[in-house]
Design a protein. Structure first.
Lengths: 334, 278
């Protein structure tokens, strides 16, 4: 029985993991149908990496179930390992080995037939644009090259299910865009992918479905389009140049129109169902109160807005940019 | 089609039968060798690592032979200090070399390499076995080198070459056992520097409060009590008897027993740390 015809690539039910008293995963459910990409979106510390670590057999769950192609990761870890590839935020390559040696090492450790290892490494090096650097130690690679090598290393044994844990964190925009192209090609070839990311744009571009996770729970799940639609139609942002004016404007809108705008310094933001009509009323009320915005934008909601609405805090706030926070937490408690 | 023929949505797929013990053993050996090769390549790619692990023992030979040697008393006036010194230096080199296992593992852990290894269908033992194997290979190389340096500064093998090789083998076994101790420490450390900071305070007293460089009978009583019964002294004394051509008593067996006991405790501990480290 080919498992992929019956079972989804990944299925997670009521999965729980605690580090000490700290719940890293507080009962999450996920499903990734074969051949699709699920984006796991959330700030650092949300539990994304913990979920990936459990699914890749690195951590054992405290409760609930996690399956890859129908195989229970806790009961049959070795069988799961044969079917998965992991590329992480650390770019886990051996810096002292060349790119070619890194890929061949993974091939050997995955017990591929010896004669297939060298040609497969060559194909991957070529595909990821690393042929010219293939015989240089990975120490000399740029950040983008390391990520590509790391991703290539995850593909040496041709796993049907891929885990990409923040694959582009810390990369410059050009390298990020390169890597997105590579991932899109992989998906086009039929891989199933669980992608974790803090970048809303990344999830929007790569994922078929998105699960938003915060504090160890899935707080929303759907296609990028449904998530945005669930937010209402239109986002209106008005900049008043100074916080006092925007605060006054917010007061006017909530008392006269019953709206609840969100304040961010001198900017006021509204998410409304009926864009044009509400916008007219908003502008009229503001004009009556003698408040004229210095700048005004009207746009479709982005995933950033989804995040803000769901979690009450904007991704990228405070320490969310620190890529070491969640793993450090996990290691300290493990 | 009846309902009973439908796959239950929660049915688990039973993975293919686990490979035979023979195949698993072959994989485990192959994986360990692959990892060992990877670790040894670091010495080729990072010349400073190779220089550090060879220059330092050579410096110790020269330092103790010419700087301290003339001031060190031995209770047996018939033994030349250089002959007394060399087995001690070789043990000291192997003991300090074991630190590389712990530091290397802590660095692999920090860089996420251990996670990659643990997500691969490779043998669970391979990362540790490969690392300790690579250390043993490096030790053989360094032992040969400092033997040559020793001979150049007057060291002579009195017990015959087979006994000398036996002494080296005894030291290799001891260093192998110790590398599982430092592996346990390294896998509990958050990075290479932390591992180093935890390992050397353990290795220094073991090495210097021993018979490696000095005659323990000149130590204060309380220290002597420790120095004469700790495993480094026992291994050094056994190796020294073999090198000097002295009658070998229970020393060789005692050293092997220490190595076996250390391995029995720290082998499983290190493997447990490896499985849990993340």
């Amino acid at each position: 029985m080919p498992p992929s015809r019956v079972h989804p690539a990944i299925r997670v039910a009521s999965l729980r993991k605690h580090f000490g008293a700290l719940p890293a995963l507080d009962g999450i459910d996920l499903e990734v149908p074969t051949g699709t990409v699920l984006g796991l979106l959330g700030p650092n510390g949300a539990g994304k990496t913990t979920a990936v670590r459990i699914l890749t057999t690195i951590l054992r769950p405290d409760g609930g179930r996690a399956e890859v192609l129908g195989i229970d990761v806790a009961r049959h870890p070795q069988a799961v390992r044969e079917r998965i590839g992991l590329a992480g935020q650390y770019a886990a390559v051996d810096e002292n080995l060349t790119g070619r040696e890194n890929l061949r090492l993974v091939g050997r450790l995955a017990h591929l037939p010896r004669r297939t290892i060298a040609p497969r490494a060559d194909v991957l090096l070529d595909r990821f644009g690393l042929s010219d650097a293939a015989d240089r130690p990975a120490r000399t690679y740029s950040g983008g090259m390391r990520r590509r090598l790391d991703l290539a290393a995850a593909l040496v044994h041709r796993p049907p299910v891929l885990f990409l844990d923040e694959p582009t964190t810390g990369l410059d925009p050009a390298s990020r865009s390169d890597l997105w192209q590579v991932i899109e090609d992989l998906v086009a070839d039929g891989s199933s992918v669980l992608l974790t990311t803090q970048y809303l744009e990344e999830a929007d571009r790569l994922a078929d479905r998105i699960a938003v996770i915060d504090k160890g729970r899935v707080i929303a799940e759907g296609t990028p389009a449904t998530l945005k639609a669930g937010l209402g139609g239109t986002v209106v942002a008005a900049d008043f140049g100074e916080p006092a004016a925007s605060a006054r404007a917010a007061g006017v809108l909530s008392s006269q129109l019953g709206l609840s705008p969100e304040l961010d310094g001198s900017t006021l933001q509204l998410t409304v169902d009926d864009g044009p009509r509400t916008l007219t009323r908003v502008l009229r009320a503001l004009d009556d109160a003698d408040l004229t915005p210095a700048g005004l934008t009207v746009r479709e909601p982005s995933l950033d807005d989804v995040f803000l609405t769901l979690t009450g805090h904007r991704d990228g706030d405070d320490d969310a940019a620190d890529p070491t926070r969640e793993p450090a937490l996990a290691r300290g408690a493990a | 089609m009846t309902a009973t023929t439908l796959p239950r949505p929660t049915a688990l797929v039973e993975p293919p039968a686990a490979p035979s013990l023979a195949l698993r053993s072959r994989h485990a050996a192959g994986d360990a060798v692959a990892v060992a090769k990877r670790n040894l390549l670091a010495y080729v790619r990072l010349p400073e690592l190779a220089v550090f692990s060879t220059i330092q023992p050579i410096m110790f030979v020269l330092l103790f032979r010419y700087v301290f040697g003339n001031s060190i008393n031995l209770s047996d006036p018939n033994v030349a200090y250089v002959d007394y010194l060399m087995p001690g230096i070789i043990v000291q080199t192997a003991v300090f070399g074991a630190a590389a296992t712990g530091i290397g593992l802590a660095e692999d852990l920090q860089k996420g390499l251990i996670e990659r290894f643990r997500s691969l269908p490779m043998a669970r033992s391979a990362v540790l076995a490969g690392r300790t194997l690579a250390d043993a290979v490096r030790n053989v190389f360094v032992m040969a080198l400092i033997t040559l340096v020793g001979v150049a500064v007057g060291f002579r093998i009195h017990g015959g070459v087979p006994a000398y090789l036996g002494a080296l083998a005894l030291i290799l076994v001891f260093a192998f056992a110790l590398s599982w101790v430092v592996a346990t420490i390294g896998l509990s450390a958050s990075n290479g520097e932390a591992a180093q900071a935890a390992i050397f305070p353990l290795l220094f007293p073991l090495t210097f409060a021993s018979s490696a460089f000095v005659d323990t009978s000149f130590m204060p009583g309380w220290l002597q009590a420790f120095a004469e019964h700790q495993p480094v002294t026992i291994t050094v004394n056994a190796a020294r008897d073999l090198v000097l051509g002295h009658p070998v008593g229970w020393g060789v067996l005692a050293s092997l027993a220490w190595s076996a006991a250390i391995l029995a405790v720290f082998g499983p501990l290190a493997v447990r740390r490896y499985r849990r480290a993340a």
